[in-house]
Design a protein around this ligand. Structure first.
Ligand code: DGI
Ligand code: FE
Ligand code: FE
Length: 188
């Protein structure tokens, strides 16, 4: 994939730290693709692109959804942090015509979902373990990602659900479904 236009686009749209984050997520996604037999090029591009609309103003995001006939659920409306993944996938389809495999990886990189594809899982984990991440527990996540994608996802989802519930923030049903599927499969 030729990333020239995309690189210009994310450079113009993102702050220095988030641009750097995108480069690092691309690198991690490509590494995970190699480890787990994913599409290296596609996942590198997905990493570059995944937060393309992260810094879009809220009013613009809402106008974008309205223009594209997207109806937000009450949970989605109350959680603007989820918007960049939903809007990003639509934007990337429209602007670059990226393949569905890349689009759903971007679409579900924040919440996860049931029945995730390999590319979706890889981008989801790459976002947690990229070199720019320094939260407490990131080393454990990096080790888990070497064991299996599901082992890392279980911890990532547990952490996200824990943090959100601590602050009485809504948990998206896709996040819950993803978590339930993974822990259920483990306990079977
Ligand atoms: O865009 P990044 O910051 O790199 O990472 P991200 O797309 O994973 O976004 C993380 C943020 O999204 C974090 O503040 C938690 C929030 N988030 C993730 N899952 C959910 C969620 N927020 C709500 N309300 N519900 C969720 O299920
Ligand atoms: Fe994101
Ligand atoms: Fe990110």
């Amino acid at each position: 994939m030729n990333n020239t236009e995309l690189l210009k686009d994310i450079r113009a749209r993102l702050s220095d730290h988030r641009y750097e984050h995108s480069l690092q997520v691309a690198k991690s996604a490509a590494e995970l693709a190699e480890r787990y037999g994913g599409d290296r090029d596609l996942l590198y591009t997905a990493g570059l692109a995944h937060d393309v609309l992260k810094e879009q103003p809220k009013d613009e995001a809402l106008a974008f959804f309205a223009a594209h006939g997207v109806q937000l659920t009450p949970v989605e409306r109350s959680a603007p942090k989820l918007w960049h993944a939903m809007a990003g996938a639509i934007y990337l389809k429209e602007t670059y015509g990226f393949p569905e495999e890349l689009l759903t990886a971007v679409r579900y990189h924040t919440t996860g979902r049931e029945q995730m594809t390999l590319s979706e899982k890889i981008l989801f984990i790459a976002d947690f373990i990229s070199a720019d991440r320094d939260y407490p527990g990131v080393e454990d996540m990096r080790e888990r990602a070497k064991v299996s994608l599901e082992y890392a996802m279980e911890e990532g989802l547990r952490f996200t659900i824990y943090e959100l519930s601590e602050k009485c923030r809504p948990i998206h049903p896709d996040t819950v479904a993803c978590y339930n599927e993974i822990v259920t499969a483990k306990n079977r």
